[in-house]
Each structure stands twice: as C-alpha cells, then as structure tokens.
Design a protein around this ligand. Structure first.
Ligand SMILES: *[C@@H]1O[C@H](CO)[C@@H](O)[C@H](O)[C@H]1NC(C)=O
Ligand SMILES: *[C@@H]1O[C@H](CO)[C@@H](O)[C@H](O)[C@H]1NC(C)=O
Ligand SMILES: *[C@@H]1O[C@H](CO)[C@@H](O)[C@H](O)[C@H]1NC(C)=O
Ligand SMILES: *[C@@H]1O[C@H](CO)[C@@H](O)[C@H](O)[C@H]1NC(C)=O
Length: 851
C-alpha cells in the first residue's frame, strides 16, 4: 500500500511535463517540447519507471483480490470499494470494476490479462493511468473509462489495443482530446464515445485514425471551438448521438458545423439535451436538412410551440422518414397551425415517449394537424399521460398501420372514443398496442377492434382485466394477442381460434385448456401452473414458455404430447429433483428430447429435497442407491437372506450350533465344577466319590441298563460266585434316578461324573444320535486330559456291533476313544454274558486297584 503513493507522484510529474499543459490553459494548441528534450525526458521516465517497477513487485503482494467470476469468466467486481485494481484471474474475459474508488492504474496492475475482452472502469474517480498500463491487453475489445477524473488523455494508453472495438471516454474533465491524437492505433474501433461537460475544443486531426464507426457519441454541451471537418472524415458512420446544449444556445455556428460533419442520409442522428424555445434555436438543424437525413431523434428536449413550427418549417420537404422524441417537454399549447403549409409527406414513423405537456389543460387537440397526421404509417405515443385520442384525430390517421399508445391513461370509455365507437376508423390498422392502460373490460376491447378488419396484433398487456367474458367477437385476421400482466385467473373460449401467438404470462392462471389449432407460440410464464397444459390442444405449437410457475417436474410424456414443439423455457420452477426428473432433464439439456431449452441450464434449479435446494439440476448427480431404492433394498435384502441361508446351511453342516451350545454348556459347567472344588478345598474335604460309575446312555437304551446293567452290578446274586470281592455291589449313577431335580442337566451330568470313579458309555445307534450322550462323552474326554482321572476313566460298552466307521464323523471324540480305548461288546449269546460281566467288573475295579 505504502509504495503506491510515491509511484503516483512520480508518474504524475513526467506526464505533465510531457504534455506541457499549462494549468491555466485556455487553449489546447500544443507548444511542443523540442524532440531533444522529449527524448531526454522519455529516458528519465523509463529510468524512473524501472525504479518503480522494482518496488512495484512488493506493492503487488498487498493488492486485494476479486474472485467473483462466473462460468463464462466474467468477473463482477463492481461496487466493492476497491481503491486499487484488484488481483483477478488471468483467464478472465470480462472485468467489471465500475463504481469503485480506484484513483490510478499502475503499469503492472493489468499485466498478464492477455485474454481480457471487456474492462469496465466506469465511475471510479480515476485520475491517473500509467502510459503502459493497458499494454498487455492485446485482446481487449471494450474499454469503459467514463465518469472518471481523467483530465488528460494519453495516446500511449491505447497504442497496443489493436483489437479495441468500443471505447467510452465520456464525462471526464479533459478539455481537448490532446496531442498526438489519441485514437491513432485503434484500427478496429467501431464504437466511440467521448466528451463531457468540460470539453471545449475539437481540432482537425483529433480523430485521426478513426475511419469508420457504427456508433459515435459526443457530449459537447460546453464546446466552444470546433474546427470544421473534425468529424467529417469518419465514413461510413452509423448511429450518431450528440449533446450540443451550449452550442445550440450560444454558438450556433459550432452546432451547425458539428451537425453538418456527421449528417449522412443513412446515418440516424440523435440530439440530446436541447432547449429550443426560440425560433432561432432551431437554426442549426438546417445543416441536417441540407444533408437530407432520414432519421432524426431528440432525447431530453424542451420545446416551445414556436420552435416546433420552425422545426417543421426547417424539415419541410426533407425526406425524414423517422422522427422521434424521447423525453420531451412541450412548453406551449399545441398551436402548430402556422406550419400547415409545410411538406411532411415523407414522415412514415412518429415516435414520442415520455412527453410532458406543461400546460395540459390549455393544450389544443391535434385537430389542425392533417398536414402532419395523414402520412405516418406508424405512430407511438408512449407514457405521455394520454387519456384520449379524439375520434376526429383518429380519423385523420388514414394511413396508420401501427398505433402504440402504451402506458397512458386510456380507459374503456375513452378507448371507445379513440376508436370512434361504431364508426369506421383506422381501417389500415394492423397493430394496436394499448398495453399498460387502466382498461377493465376485455369485452369492450374485443367489441371495438372487431371492425378493424386488418388487425393482426393486439397488445392489451398490463391492463386491469380480472376476468374474460364467455365469448368475444374478434377480427378474423387477429394472430397475435398479448394479455400478459393482468389478473386473469381463468380463460374462456373468448380467445379466438385464429391465434398464432398468445401471451398469457404473469397472470394468476392455474390451467389452460382452450383448443387453439394454429397456435405457434404460447407464453404462460409467471402463473401458477402445477403441470404442463395438455399438448393435444395445440397441435402446431413450436414455442412454449412456462418458466416461473409452480411446476414440480415435467417429463418425457409431457413433451411428447406437443407434436411440433421446438423450444421451451420451463426454468425457475419449484422442481422436485427425483431421479426420473433429473435423468430426464439431463437428457433434455443435451437436446436428446428433440427440444431446445432456450433458457439455459442454470434456470433449472432443485427446490427439494432439502439437501439439493438451490443446486442446478444439470449439475445434480443422484447415486444409484437413491435412484433405485426399491430395487436396491430388495436386492440387498435378497442377498442378505441368501447369504444368511447359505451360512445357516454351512453352519448346520458343520454342526456349529451344536458345538456352540456344547462349548457354552461346558464352560458353564466347568465353572461350577471349579466352584465346587474350591468349596471342597475350603472345607478341607476330599473329592467325594459317591459312585463307582456314571452310566451314560441314551434314553432308548434305558431298557438294557435297567434290566441288565443295574441288576447285575448293583445287586449281584450270591449264587453267581463265591468270591465276595468280585461280587461287591457297585453303586451306579443313573441320570434318571440320581440327578437332582431342578438343577441344570449339564451341571448334573458334570457333578455326576465328578462324583463317579468311572464313566460307562453305553454305545449304540441310539447313543450316537443323542446330543446329551455326546456331551457326556466329550466331558469325560476333557476329564481324561484334565488329569483328574486316570487314563481309563471311560469304559465303552458296545450294545450292538458298531464299527468305528459307523460312527458319524462329527463324533470324532467317540471315534478317537474307540480307537484308543478297548471296549466291551455286549454278547447276544447268553453263554458269553457272564464273561462280559466279569470283564466289566474288572474294568470298573481295575482303576480302583491302581489308585
Ligand atoms: C464551460 O466552459 C467555460 C469556459 O469556456 C467554463 O468556464 C465553464 O466552467 C465550463 N462549464 C463546465 C460545466 O465545465
Ligand atoms: C436534459 O437537458 C437539460 C438541458 O437542456 C439538462 O440540464 C438535464 O440535465 C438533462 N437531463 C437529463 C436527464 O439528461
Ligand atoms: C406494446 O408496448 C409494450 C410496452 O411499450 C411493449 O413491451 C410491447 O412489445 C408492445 N407490443 C407490440 C406488439 O409492439
Ligand atoms: C407482451 O407484453 C409484455 C408487456 O408489455 C411484453 O414484455 C411481452 O414481450 C409481450 N409479449 C410478446 C409475445 O410480445
């Protein structure tokens, strides 16, 4: 920031020297410095500049930045209070810096902007621009420096702007264009605007380099010196706008000279800010008349009756076809009769807008103006508080084809007068525009215009219509009807079937169901439509505008019903961004629906769901999960079910449930077994072996156990043998008999096994099928390895022949046991049974002896 100050002063000094502009200058004629001096000064300047640049790189770091650039690289940095040119992306095509407080442009402020097309510095109070500030703007096409404080124009600013098409230098406090001529290098220049309240002098050569222009604007309200021919070399010359307020009042030769230099038959001329009250003040216009100009416009004109008469006299016989007055104050009473002998035959179009009649009550009707009114084919009197055009005046307008009385004060009653009630009038009229008048009755208009047998366009927009009559007469020629901006809530068959263009926008319509077979364009924007109108009613519709309604969505089907539709604007609605709509709109934006969405992608914005609010539909991408939710959920559920089922099958095949159940049961039982042991340790008692053997068997083998095993082991018959030792009665633990009721079965099994010396497994097909048996088996197996019991804790009895291979694989413990432990087989033959019992007894007591 700090470095800007010295740079400015450094710049200012050499610039003033260079131009040798005396501060009290009354003349811009240059006292050129000698070329020797100039070279020296230039060298000095360059040196200084280099010095400044060295420091400038520092100052660049402190520059503010502006990144309000849109998709088209147009950066809007206006009204932001910048005091220096901000840093903007090099890729920017347009930079709008208007209405800031940028007082100076440094040499490196805009370096790198080689692609910039438009630079707007309007309204900044800009006082200094470095001579090479614009040097890198090779592509610049539009430069606006208007409304600043540039007191001197420097030709060096423009020397590299070879692409410049448009330059605006209006309203800066320079008094002359300076020397050397500033525009010399601008070979492409087509639109030039210069001048301001302080412009005093224009000399021949000031505009050298400017050869042809589409548009020239000169504000020279204070011009005092004009060298004839200064503007004469520009040709072809398009539209010219001149403000010559001062010269017209005080320096008519200057005004005449300027007008004479820019007048060509094909050049439309607009004169601004004139104040013509005296007959003489019209005099410079004879310069225009001489050049036989065709288009003459006044803007911001104050004019008296006298001056109007002189004006009409001045242009009498001149082939002016178009006369326009935009912003006129009429000082007078409309007594223009003195001009009735003039020739105004050529006037084809008369345009007046914003006419103020100062003395409206004294103003005469335009009755005596036959000489003026019988020729024009087009008349517009807009926004001029016209409350009636008397029938007599209407009748004068015999050639009138186009009448625009929009934005006036016509009512239904005065409209009847204007169109002469039932009498014939305006027979040639094709276009009637009574838009923006306080009209209330559509049926009155329709009745009045029926007789206009050539009427094709009727504009009754922005009137006060509330409703439509059920039916209305219309001229059969009517093709265009504009009823926009009223307060209609419904439509009726009042609308003529001949319509090709119908504008019903900005009403309160919710639906539209009139059949219009030849309709080409339908405007329904700004209403309350929730859906498209049925396309079958408009078989020839090509353009449909339905933006700014309350549509939630529209679809392929909606568009399909319009067979001829080509362009559509349906943006700015309350779109619900469902998948169908988003997909449809993507395809429509790409033109795949055969329709051109002319309002552009950005107009289509989601209103809901909430998380998409404000998002342009074209940029929304909904995931498949959201778009195919039902499908997604069903597929997911299906998959989960299938996987679950497969897992279930797998687990079932692997007996996982059984293992789980068992492990859990075992853990639990083991825990309680530990507790019991601890308990015993505390009490100091030995493990209490209450049983000789725990018998593990399947319920199905209970018969055998009860009938054979228990009697044999628990109550041995005395007669069997004399040996008391072998015939000792053994105590068996049977779950049926010895388990404590109310305890959990696994606990019971566990404690039973703990309290038994041995475990006898009665193996059979039944056993193999019983889970509990298997559990007992497993537990005993654990015990085998726990070391609580000896290796022979388990005794296997095979009730039926059962080979290891008959045992299912999952009983791998049993299989293991069968291969490691010898087992006893229950003989089917009676004779061999005593031997079996003996073996069993010895197996049961064998461990006893070992202990
Ligand atoms: C118009 O020019 C005169 C000198 O010719 C000057 O005194 C006056 O201030 C100028 N008017 C404006 C508005 O600059
Ligand atoms: C209209 O012209 C007058 C001079 O006749 C001028 O003072 C005034 O500022 C102009 N108004 C506008 C809006 O340009
Ligand atoms: C009627 O005038 C209004 C406002 O001046 C304008 O917008 C509209 O285009 C005109 N209509 C026709 C048909 O010229
Ligand atoms: C209908 O009138 C309105 C307001 O005057 C205007 O903006 C609009 O362009 C007109 N419509 C057509 C189709 O000309």
């Amino acid at each position: 920031m700090m470095f800007h100050q010295p740079t400015e002063t450094l710049q200012q000094k050499p610039r003033c020297l260079l131009h040798h502009r005396p501060s009290t200058s009354t003349s811009c004629s240059m006292r050129r410095p000698t070329s020797c001096h100039l070279t020296l000064l230039l060298l000095l300047l360059l040196l200084l500049l280099n010095f400044c640049r060295g420091q400038g790189s520092d100052s660049g770091d402190g520059r503010p930045s502006c990144d309000r650039c849109d998709l088209h690289l147009s950066c809007n940095c206006s009204h932001s209070g910048f005091t220096h040119i901000p840093v903007v992306t090099d890729r920017a095509l347009t930079i709008d810096l208007s209405y800031n407080a940028i007082a100076s442009v440094m040499d490196d402020d805009l370096t790198g902007h080689t692609r910039l097309r438009v630079l707007d510095l309007h309204g900044n109070g800009l006082a200094t621009i470095h001579p090479s500030a614009f040097d890198s703007l090779w592509s610049l096409e539009e430069l606006d420096l208007s409304d600043n404080q540039l007191a001197v124009l420097d030709h060096q600013w423009f020397r590299k702007l070879e692409s410049l098409l448009q330059l605006n230098l209006l309203n800066n406090p320079y008094s002359c264009l300076g020397s050397p001529p500033p525009f010399q290098g601008l070979v492409q220049l087509r639109r030039l605007a210069f001048g301001g309240p302080t412009l005093e002098e224009l000399k021949r050569g000031d505009l050298s380099g400017v050869t042809q222009l589409e548009e020239l604007t000169v504000h020279a309200n204070n011009l005092t010196r004009y060298e004839s021919g200064t503007l004469a070399d520009i040709w072809p010359l398009g539209r010219v706008t001149l403000s010559l307020h001062g010269p017209f009042l005080t320096n008519m030769p200057v005004a005449s000279a300027v007008l004479g230099d820019v007048s060509y038959p094909e050049t439309p001329i607009t004169l601004e800010d004139l104040n013509m009250t005296e007959t003489s003040s019209v005099q410079p216009l004879t310069a225009l008349a001489k050049k036989r100009i065709r288009h003459l416009s006044f803007r911001n004109l104050s004019v008296s009756d006298k001056a109007i008469v002189s004006l009409l006299v001045a242009v009498s016989g001149v082939p002016i076809t178009y006369l326009s007055m935009d912003g006129v104050t009429l000082i007078g009473q409309g007594s223009w009769r003195n001009a009735s002998k003039t020739d105004q035959k050529s006037i084809d179009e008369f345009f007046a807008r914003d006419v103020v009649v100062l003395d409206v009550f004294k103003f005469l009707s335009l009755l005596d103006l036959t000489f003026l009114l019988q020729y024009p084919r087009r008349v517009s009197v807009i926004n001029s508080k016209v409350f009636v055009m008397p029938c007599i005046t209407s009748k004068l307008l015999v050639h009138l084809q186009y009448l625009d009385l929009s934005d006036n004060l016509l009512t239904d009653l005065t409209l009847v007068e204007t169109l002469c009630g039932n009498q014939e009038t305006l027979k040639e009229l094709r276009v009637l525009n009574i838009s923006g008048n306080p009209l209330k009755s559509l049926s009155t208009v329709s009745r009045m215009v029926t007789k206009l047998s050539k009427l094709t366009h009727l504009d009754v927009s922005r009137t006060a219509y509330i409703s439509m009559p059920p039916s209305c007469p219309w001229p059969s020629t009517l093709r265009h009807l504009n009823i926009s901006g009223t307060q209609l809530t419904t439509t009726t068959p009042c609308l003529p079937a001949t319509l090709e263009v119908l504008d019903l926008s900005n009403n309160n319509l919710r639906s539209f169901t009139q059949r219009l077979p030849v309709l080409r364009e339908l405007y329904l924007s700004g209403n309350k439509f929730l859906s498209f109108p049925p396309g079958q009613l408009f078989p020839n519709l090509q353009t449909l505008m339905i933006h700014s309604n309350t549509l939630n969505m529209f679809s392929h089907l909606d568009l399909q019903s319009f067979r001829r539709l080509e362009s559509l604007q349906a943006g700015q609605n309350k779109f619900v961004c469902t998948c169908d709509f988003v997909n449809f709109l993507h395809s429509a934006l790409k033109g795949h629906e055969g329709i051109h969405l002319t309002d552009g992608e950005d107009s289509y914005v989601c209103d809901s769901p909430l998380y998409l609010q404000g998002e342009p539909v074209g940029r929304v991408h909904l995931s498949t999960v959201i778009c195919h939710r039902v499908l997604f959920v069903s597929v997911t559920c299906g998959l989960v079910l299938v996987v679950g089922f497969l897992l279930g099958v797998l687990l079932w095949r692997l007996h996982a449930f059984w293992y789980l159940k068992m492990t859990w049961a075992w853990l639990k039982a083991k825990h309680s077994s530990r507790r019991r042991q601890r308990h015993r340790v505390i009490e100091g008692s030995e493990a209490l072996l209450s049983f000789d053997a725990f018998v593990s068997y399947s319920e199905r083998d209970a018969g055998w156990v009860e009938n054979f095993l228990v009697p044999e082991l628990e109550e041995p018959s005395e007669s069997d043998s004399g040996d008391p030792r072998t015939l000792r009665s053994l105590t068996l633990c049977l779950h049926k008999r010895d388990f404590l009721p109310g305890h959990w079965i696994v606990d019971n099994i566990m404690s039973a096994m703990e309290r038994s010396r041995r475990t006898i497994f009665i193996l059979s097909e039944n056993f193999v099928q019983s889970d509990w048996c298997r559990y007992e088996l497993d537990f005993s197996h654990f015990r085998l390895f726990d070391g609580h019991a000896g290796g022979e804790a388990a005794i296997l009895i095979l009730l039926e022949p059962l080979s290891k291979d008959d045992v299912p694989k999952r009983f791998y413990k049993l299989r293991k046991l069968m291969s490691s432990t010898t087992y006893l087989e229950w003989p089917q033959e009676e004779e061999r049974r005593p031997e079996f019992w003996r073996s069993l007894r010895s197996a049961l007591s064998g461990g006893n002896e070992d202990d």
